[in-house]
Each structure stands twice: as structure tokens, then as C-alpha cells.
Design a protein around this ligand. Structure first.
Ligand SMILES: Nc1ncnc2c1ncn2[C@@H]1O[C@H](COP(=O)(O)OP(=O)(O)OP(=O)(O)O)[C@@H](O)[C@H]1O
Ligand SMILES: [Mg+2]
Length: 256
């Protein structure tokens, strides 16, 4: 029996005045790679944020269980400590906090990642090299003034350092040039192999998936999950779009 890592049951959520997600149920087993696709505005990023506990959103019903614990009411920092990582579609800038200090602080908060300053410096240097990242980035303020592609690489650096049990990557590939895309893809592959971590990848671009074995693909339309399949579903969507899923939802008297 595989170990269930993330289990979402009948989850409905939204902002204070706008329902966005409707009756979402989804299970990710340890070490699996899942892909979430859907048209713009479907609610994919919202689902990522709700799994992470973003207080912008309110859970109206349903539950989220992670690694055997109900985390529906848990704060984002506790979810992060439990082993969930969210790479943001648009990473936030944190003025005044140098990237290196930020990385050191978050790793020191994890008993399993605590290490000496020297070993930590070496580990960071190794990952920077792996990601073809200029190590002058480390002394700059977190995400401030970095280009879109550079911010995505910084998120990969965090992913490889933190080794979470589940990484939710929200359009980590958007805006990357062809070389950066290859580097980020290799970073994700390294996370899969070195940490045996699970992935929930939100993407419109299937190139990022080329180096990965996808276990399940989910399709979200207007806040509802309307399709699920194996990796072949990605090729079908690439070829024919979301039309049949929109129609299926409409036939069911779809939400929103
Ligand atoms: N904080 C918020 N306040 C108001 N509306 C919101 C908020 N967050 C999300 N929404 C709305 O919820 C819907 C789903 O947004 P979301 O960002 O989850 O879509 P998405 O599937 O990630 O789209 P994309 O592929 O364009 O990134 C959109 O209509 C969006 O405007
Ligand atoms: Mg989004």
C-alpha cells in the first residue's frame, strides 16, 4: 500500500465574498508527481495557496490532511515545518532580508536540516552551481530587483535546500528562457531523485514535465476538478484544449 501524503476531501474555499474552489478531492501519495492543469482563472493557484494555508482564503467546508495530520486549520509556518513547500507564481519581495540569511534561518528552524555554518555554506554553493546561479545573489535582498527567471531559480534553491515532502510548483516555468527552463527542470528532477519528494505541478507548459514521470494529471475548470488521468492526458490537453472538460462541467450544471 502506498503512503498517502496529501489528502484533500470535499474542499470548498474562496475569499470572504467569492467562492472559488468547489468540492475538491485529491490524493497525492509520497514520492508521486501530480500535474494540475486548467484554463486561466480556474482556481489552480488558489488551491496551492489554500493547501499552504494562505489566510487570504477561507475554507468553507472539507478538509486537508497531510502526512496523517489534519492541517485544515494550521498556520502556513506550521504547514511549512510539516514539509509542504509552495513555489509562488509571483514570488514576493522581502526588502531588508538578504537571501543567504533567509535560507540559513529557515533551515535552522528544521531540526532535520540543522547543520554547521561551514557545511551550510558549502551546500548552498553546490546548489547554486547546480542551478547555474551567480552566488552574488546570496547577499542581495530576498527577491528584490531579481528578474522573473532569477526569482524562479531562487525558489529552486529553496526547494533543494529544504527538501520538503511535498512541493507545489505554481508555474515555476513561466517566463524562463530555454536554458533556464532546462536548469529548473534539472532542479526539479534532482529534488525528485535526491529527496524522493512528491510534486504537485501547476503548469501551462508541458516542457517542464519532459524529465519527470507523471503519475496523475488533474484538470480544473471554474473551481472544480473535472478530469483525472495518467500522463497521456497532458498530451490530449495539449492537442485539443480544455473544451471537453468545460462541456462536462456545464452538463453537470457546473459551478461558478
Ligand atoms: N485574493 C483574491 N481576491 C479576489 N479574487 C481572487 C483572489 N484570488 C483568486 N481570485 C479569483 O479566483 C479565480 C481563480 O484564480 P487563480 O489565480 O486561482 O486561477 P489560476 O487557475 O491559477 O489561473 P492562471 O492559470 O491564470 O494562473 C480568478 O477569477 C481570480 O480572479
Ligand atoms: Mg495561477
Amino acid at each position: 500500500m502506498p503512503d498517502t501524503l496529501l489528502s484533500i476531501n470535499g474542499l470548498s474555499a474562496g475569499t470572504e465574498d467569492k467562492p472559488i474552489l468547489h468540492d475538491i478531492s485529491l490524493t497525492v501519495d509520497a514520492g508521486q508527481t501530480h500535474v494540475l492543469m486548467g484554463p486561466n482563472g480556474a482556481g489552480k493557484s488558489t488551491l496551492g495557496h489554500v493547501i499552504m494555508g494562505d489566510p487570504t482564503y477561507r475554507v468553507a467546508s472539507g478538509s486537508i490532511t497531510f502526512d496523517g495530520t489534519d492541517i485544515t486549520e494550521l498556520s502556513p509556518d506550521k504547514r511549512s515545518l510539516a514539509g509542504i513547500f509552495l513555489s509562488y507564481q509571483a514570488p514576493v519581495e522581502v526588502p531588508g532580508v538578504p537571501l543567504y540569511s533567509f535560507l540559513r534561518t529557515i533551515c535552522q528552524m528544521r531540526p532535520e536540516l540543522k547543520t554547521t555554518a561551514r557545511k551550510f555554506r558549502q551546500r548552498v554553493a553546490d546548489i547554486c552551481k547546480q542551478l547555474d546561479m551567480d552566488d552574488s545573489f546570496l547577499t542581495r535582498e530576498l527577491n528584490v530587483g531579481f528578474s522573473g527567471g532569477e526569482k524562479k531559480k531562487i525558489e529552486m534553491l529553496q526547494l533543494l535546500l529544504l527538501q520538503p515532502k511535498l512541493a507545489i510548483l505554481d508555474e515555476t516555468d513561466s517566463g524562463l528562457d530555454v536554458d533556464a527552463l532546462a536548469i529548473v527542470s534539472r532542479g526539479i528532477e534532482a529534488y525528485r531523485q535526491e529527496c524522493d519528494g512528491a510534486l504537485l505541478i501547476i503548469t501551462h507548459n508541458t516542457r517542464i514535465l519532459e524529465r519527470l514521470d507523471v503519475d496523475r494529471t488533474h484538470v480544473m475548470v471554474r473551481g472544480s476538478l473535472v478530469g483525472e488521468g495518467d500522463a497521456s492526458l497532458i498530451d490530449e490537453i495539449d492537442a485539443t484544449g480544455f473544451g471537453r472538460f468545460e462541456e462536462a462541467l456545464a452538463a453537470k450544471g457546473g459551478a461558478n
